[in-house]
Design a protein around this ligand. Structure first.
Ligand code: 5GP
Length: 174
């Protein structure tokens, strides 16, 4: 079976939107320092591009999580594979995620961050699949709303491949 990737959002579209979000975040956090929490591995490319477009002082930290249960559907029971290096007390935290699907992972992660004494915790997601939502999670900043299709690229993988694509695509099998 041949496998190919169809472009859903081009490199130019994605980069232009990230630039816009970066400008908006810079305005919203004017006069403050921002602590970006990148959820590995999927959000790594997005976080780097976004951080470059933010003009207020930024610090960065990384968390790696894995979801228990079937790999195609997150269970919401999240295992922390790599925890944050820095404490969150008093910080303006912006969690950066690749995609909000059912919302289970982020529901857990946002509560966890809030319980660690951050001044405020907001969410920035590159992609959002609203049709798939099970838990009510709303991103404060969203790149694109997309239909219910399995996407890859810009950090998102299919069996660990395609993360390096500079665009968002859909895997097709013919
Ligand atoms: P949720 O807990 O919102 O259902 O799951 C979110 C996680 O599922 C994302 O961080 C991502 O790792 C994975 N995921 C959800 N939809 C997709 C998709 O279309 N493509 C890829 N590659 N991963 C996805």
């Amino acid at each position: 079976m041949a496998e190919r990737v169809e472009v859903l959002l081009s490199e130019e579209e994605v980069n232009a939107r990230i630039r816009q979000i970066g400008e908006q975040i810079s305005r919203d956090y004017e006069g403050k320092e921002l602590h970006l929490v990148c959820i590995l591995k999927g959000a790594s490319f997005f976080t780097c591009e976004l951080a470059k477009r933010i003009t207020v002082p930024v610090s960065l930290d990384f968390m790696s999580v894995s979801s228990y249960g079937a790999s195609s559907e997150s269970s919401g029971v999240v295992k922390i594979v790599k925890d944050l290096d820095e404490p969150l007390e008093g910080k303006h935290v912006l969690v950066v995620e690749d995609i909000v699907d059912t919302g289970r992972t982020l529901d857990y992660l946002l509560s966890l961050m809030r319980s660690r004494g951050a001044e405020d915790v907001k969410l920035c997601a590159l992609l959002d699949k609203p049709d798939r939502r099970v838990v009510d999670v709303k991103a404060d900043y969203t790149g694109f709303q997309i239909p219910d299709e399995f996407v890859v690229g810009y950090g998102l993988d299919y069996a660990q491949r395609y993360r390096n694509l500079p665009y968002i695509g859909v895997v097709k099998f013919d």
